[in-house]
Design a protein around this ligand. Structure first.
Ligand SMILES: NC(=O)c1ccc[n+]([C@@H]2O[C@H](COP(=O)([O-])OP(=O)(O)OC[C@H]3O[C@@H](n4cnc5c(N)ncnc54)[C@H](OP(=O)(O)O)[C@@H]3O)[C@@H](O)[C@H]2O)c1
Length: 247
């Protein structure tokens, strides 16, 4: 018996990387999982197929979450298809790195819309469903760089710091409704996003990680699943999964 048997979950940005690992981990604990993504049809389908092959239930949920109508429409559709929504993992994110002096309005706005606005759109659409059901677990994936700042990431670090503050307010407002809201903040994790960082910079980053290696997506997924499955009295918290890189 899984720790999430009977639960219905949505993971945003689940076609690849950390979101994919979270979808697989939630499914392995018995949750039915909606796999959101923006454009990687084949990769998202592969995640669904993998879950089904392992005996789980999964559906596709394609939507560009930077667009409010698409995000809110997707939440309604997923809840209809799965028969409710117990767990929302806001994870979709992008980078558009540029030093502050060179950053364009478009780079700023695209990152804030995708990484921060989408979390608001999905959460605000999910809340009424969760309140009616008397249960909800919301986990927001932020980043170590939302706490430390990072060169070339004024847009990204602002979005990620915003997620941490958003989480605390949502947790406060929803505490009496049996909906918990928490943040998991990964450090440097082996995904397509991190692969964009030049190898030389990756090496210098690794030297600064006390555990001496990057995270695997599955290690982030375990923290998210813990909050969804066993975090009944944990809300408004921020869990760092970063190998000790920021304490
Ligand atoms: N990797 C790291 O080192 C690291 C560190 C700290 C925090 N994080 C955070 O962890 C989360 C996942 O990162 P990752 O490394 O797994 O990223 P990734 O491998 O680049 O995957 C990004 C995912 O987000 C989806 N996505 C992007 N824009 C979207 C949009 N507008 N609407 C819907 N989905 C969208 C992508 O869908 P498509 O495949 O369709 O494009 C993909 O599934 C992000 O929030 C990131 O900021 C990552």
């Amino acid at each position: 018996m899984g720790r999430l048997d009977g639960k219905k979950a949505l993971v945003t940005g689940a076609s690849r990387g950390i979101g994919r690992a979270i979808a697989l981990e939630l499914a392995s604990e018995g949750a039915a999982v909606a796999v959101n993504y923006q454009s990687s049809d084949a990769k998202a389908q592969a995640v669904v197929d993998e879950i089904v092959k392992l005996g789980g239930k999964a559906i596709l949920a394609k939507a560009n979450l930077a667009k409010r109508e698409e995000a809110r429409g997707m939440i309604q559709k997923v809840a209809e298809e799965l028969g409710g929504l117990d767990i929302l993992v806001n994870n979709a994110g992008i980078t558009r790195d540029r030093s502050l002096r060179k950053m364009t309005d478009e780079q700023w706005e695209e990152v804030i819309a995708t990484n921060l606005n989408s979390y608001f759109y999905c959460t605000s659409a999910a809340i009424p469903l969760m309140i009616e059901a008397g249960f909800g677990r919301i986990v927001n994936v932020s980043s170590m760089n939302g706490q430390t700042g990072a060169f070339g990431q004024a847009n990204y670090s602002a979005s990620k710091g915003g997620i941490i503050a958003f989480t605390k307010t949502a947790a406060l407002e929803l505490a009496k409704t049996n909906i918990t809201v928490n943040t998991v903040s990964p450090g440097f994790t082996e995904t397509d996003m991190f692969a964009e960082v030049p190898e030389k910079i990756q090496d210098s980053i690794k030297e600064r990680i006390p555990m001496g290696r990057f995270a695997r997506p599955e290690e982030i997924a375990k923290a998210v699943t813990f909050l969804a499955a066993d975090g009944d009295y944990i809300t408004g918290q921020q869990i760092n999964v970063n190998g000790g890189a920021y304490m």
